[in-house]
Design a protein around this ligand. Sequence first.
Ligand code: PLP
Length: 377
Amino acid sequence: MRLDKLETPCLILDRVKLAANIAALHARLKRLGVNLRPHGKTAKNYDVLRMALADQAGGITVSTLKEAEYYFEHGIVDIVYAVGIAPVKLDRIAALIKKGARLSVILDSLAQARSLAKRARMHNILIPALIELDCDGHRSGITADDPLLVEIGRFLHTNAHTALAGVLTHAGESYNCRSIDAIRALADTERDTAVHCAAKLHRHDLPCPAVSVGSTPTANFARDLSGVTEVRAGVFMFYDLVMAGLGVCALEDIAVSVLGSVIGHQPKRGWIITDAGWMALSRDRGTTSQAIDQGYGRVGDITGVPLGDLIVTGANQEHGIVARRAGSTTPGPHLAVGDMLRILPNHACATGAMHDRYHVVDGGLEIVDVWPRINGW
Ligand SMILES: Cc1ncc(COP(=O)(O)O)c(C=O)c1O
């Protein structure tokens, strides 16, 4: 079946671009001598993760227990659940570990470590945990100078039902960097924070097997990852307009798009109406603060070639308003009702979450496969 036979709106994944994005980051990290631990939260699909693991039996990162359970069912055993652990989730964690998952959690407080130990003892299992570090003030984690690092480390190491699996940090502020130099500098800080904390734990005779860093921008621009054992990255598989705006990828690298139909026109306003509203695109407006604001998404023709300066300027639940970007001098193309559009997303993770499957193409218009997504928690 071809794309023009699909009912719109729906999600399209270009496997050729996906494979190229994965190969490029693998090659880069290989040069830097560090493993990739792909993040399963962007794709939420096993076929993509299998490609991202480059068919090695490596480990992955997840952001929900639903992802952890789903990837484990597909044979991926080594999993880091990289969202601070809440006590209410520990029984599901225990169930996975009892089935044979090598699942680690992350935490940044003694309260979490204590509840982890208590629940692990109840289940008579051992739950490994990484200490989450704050390298850039983005959200959670403890700072490198906080004495809590060693206190939590000692607790995890000495308790019979927990293990200190290492340290982990995520330079989320890289999404707000204004230049490649700023991303490079943040990649250094991300590495330094993790390596410094690992050394501190070692000085206190505590183990630190994993020194885990990562975000797509810092993974792409880090120059030296000495002391780091693994890089976590997710959005690099698909890329998106936020990443293109940051200079992390080119528009042509974006592997995921929303297919919409033209459903009407408002000629006096220069608008084209599409059935891809925010239910298909998400409400993400991540490019607002960038040099080029892409509205709710950049519009291309059915083959994905950008149509002048057309973007989705407005989004209702099931309607998108397509118009030329403010200040554009490029004339808009004529589009008829029923014509199909490929809309590039601002944030691939957010747009993906609005859909339950990918229609996979190999660069052309023929659908070669349909892959499910494991949304929810
Ligand atoms: C803890 C953690 N690690 C890694 C990542 C991967 O970041 P990216 O999607 O930029 O590759 C994320 C993304 O949110 C994250 O929260």
